[in-house]
Design a protein around this ligand. Sequence first.
Ligand code: SAM
Length: 260
Amino acid sequence: MIIKLSKRLQQIADWVPKNSRLADIGSDHALLPTYLAKEKHIVKAIAGEVNPGPFDAAVRQVKGARLESIIEVRRGDGLAVVQADEVDCITIAGMGGGLIVSILQAGVDKLSGVQRLVLQPNVGEDLVRQWLREEKWLLKAEHILEEDGKIYEVLLAERPIEGWQADEFVQADKSMYASRQLACGFVLDEQWLLKLGPYLSQEVSDVFIEKWQHEVNKQERILNTMAKSDAEETAERREQFVAYKSELEELIACWQKGRQ
Ligand code: SAM
């Protein structure tokens, strides 16, 4: 059986290094490790699943593909299914950024031999970027794509190479998140860069602009709901939403102007 991955999963697969020992956490049907094992791209994989339904589906998938010698399906919460130094690449995809961070944080002791993380948060990408910085994982690349009406970001992070000094990480990280002024005058500070993505905000694509236009629309809907409420704290909160929305609109106008 030939496996055709979605565009989103294919992007993640493309960032798994050849001959990896992979852990795919929250693997669901284990499509990603099965595809990579069939392609002979990985030498070993652990497909981790906490929930019984997806776990059973993963077991069936691996068995059906006769890949039990390469892929082991393990049931457990996050990185609890992995031993330290057992894998060198970890993928965690299709869940919120907050959950991805809590999985990584709860399993930091399992990350000792891991050189690469490929993470695809459905929301809360800024939380993931913030965690990577705090834990000294260098964000190496970001990709944004649209599929079936949804927009996804994929983040690739690596541990600083051997011999890399702590202050080199600090320098690289500092320059990645250093404030930047756009041609229109808008300043992207650290908080904006964490939100937008330090790479994505440099190579502004149609999908990227669309993502942030959706965010403007979402803010508009929140403001409309607030307008119908007479809760006391609403005035101040409303001002914050108005300010955020107008900054986003300014940014989008800026990007569009820069692309003319
Ligand atoms: N990674 C696949 C993908 O991107 O297509 C599946 C994504 S699916 C939406 C999320 C999966 O993560 C579910 O199968 C869920 O059971 C699993 N999951 C959620 N929390 C988890 C955790 N703490 N540990 C392991 N798996 C988890």
